[in-house]
Design a protein around this ligand. Structure first.
Ligand code: SF4
Length: 234
């Protein structure tokens, strides 16, 4: 009969764990964070070009996996000939394709633009619906696109989590989360009411121009002292 292995008194002793600092911003810190970003950009706006809720919806739907600059180049010609659902339907899928071929997934996107234009015309008398529930039922419109349209076109305090917002929220500790939905929920909680309307833009612009994916410009970052990113540079 083998006797149970003797316990090594050293390995048995559990190391005392250092209490970790909570990674999520508290309300005061979140307010300070937004105050600084708001002072940096008092009047933040989307960089997509549009002239109506409809052209905004189309531009945002086209922007999935594409840059705003690329989308603006394509929509310049497209919106010159079709800036309403009716005109878009007259252009047809092939016509739309001609203008957006420089954008990723253009075939699918052209089909979706025509399909959503048809629904907007048939169901909503040519007007873009102003609820998230209705927007996400349109072809090619997900929660992110719906949130952008709700915020930009209808002034709702929604926050659409794109790649920039996801990165900034996680790095800084403002609203960490493993998925865009988790980050969105955390941002809802962490963002003071007075900053909710602009939060989407401030976070995107901060990610796009300062907290870059590969080489964040920490040296020029206005919220450096609040950021909890372990790898932030001086
Ligand atoms: S300090 Fe660096 S990592 Fe932190 S938010 Fe600023 S740019 Fe991003």
């Amino acid at each position: 009969m083998t006797s149970p292995p003797k316990k090594n008194p050293q390995s048995a002793a559990k190391p005392t764990r250092k209490k970790q600092r909570p990674r999520v911003f508290g309300p005061q810190k979140a307010a300070e964070f937004y105050k600084i970003l708001a002072e940096e950009r008092p009047d933040p706006k989307t960089e997509l070009h549009y002239s109506s809720p409809y052209t905004l919806l189309v531009a945002v739907a086209l922007s999935a996996q594409a840059t705003d600059i690329g989308v603006n180049k394509a929509t310049k010609g497209l919106f010159a000939v079709a800036d309403t659902p009716q005109k878009m339907l007259e252009l047809g899928v092939k016509g739309v394709e001609k203008y957006i071929k420089t954008i990723g997934l253009w075939r699918n996107k052209a089909r979706n633009v025509i399909a959503l234009s048809q629904i907007i015309l048939d169901t909503y008398k040519g007007e873009v619906p102003n609820t998230r529930e209705a927007l996400v039922k349109l072809p090619g419109v997900g929660r992110k696109t719906a949130n952008v349209v709700m915020n930009e076109a209808f002034g709702e305090p929604t926050i659409a989590v794109d790649t920039h917002i996801f990165r900034v929220s996680n790095r800084t500790g403002l609203a960490p989360g493993k998925t865009p939905d988790a980050v969105e929920a955390q941002l809802e909680r962490a963002t003071p009411q007075m900053y909710k309307q602009g939060a989407h833009h401030w976070l995107i612009l901060h990610g796009r121009y300062t907290c870059l994916a590969r080489r964040p410009k920490c040296g020029a970052c206005a919220v450096h002292h609040l950021c909890r990113y372990k790898e932030k540079t001086a």
